[in-house]
Design a protein around this ligand. Structure first.
Ligand SMILES: [Cu+2]
Length: 100
């Protein structure tokens, strides 16, 4: 019984670590917020190269993985963010304001 729960704990922490590593592996991208659309849960970013998506710099609309991300930024903010392709939708996974 005790061994089983120890094994479970080890497995759970291994899965958790893998998730953290996968997220940490997304490269940070420089960008500038052009528009925040709270009702559609979308954000327009002028972004630099996104290596993991093989995308050059441009302005475009992204979905957000968590709507709470949109509370952290506003139009005109300079940001660093990560993005990935979630079932064909380019999605912002994390975003942080950078000091001007
Ligand atoms: Cu783009």
């Amino acid at each position: 019984m005790r061994n089983t729960s120890r094994l479970f704990t080890a497995l759970a922490s291994a899965v958790f670590s893998a998730g953290v590593l996968a997220q940490a592996a997304l490269p940070l991208v420089d960008g500038e917020v052009r528009k925040v659309d709270l009702s559609a849960q979308k954000i327009t970013l002028k972004h630099g190269e996104i290596k993991n998506l093989d995308m050059p710099g441009m302005s475009m609309v992204f979905k957000v993985k968590d709507p709470a991300l949109l509370d952290k930024v506003k139009a005109g903010d300079r940001v660093q963010f990560t993005a990935e392709d979630v079932n064909g939708a380019l999605t912002v996974v994390s975003i942080e304001r950078v000091a001007p």
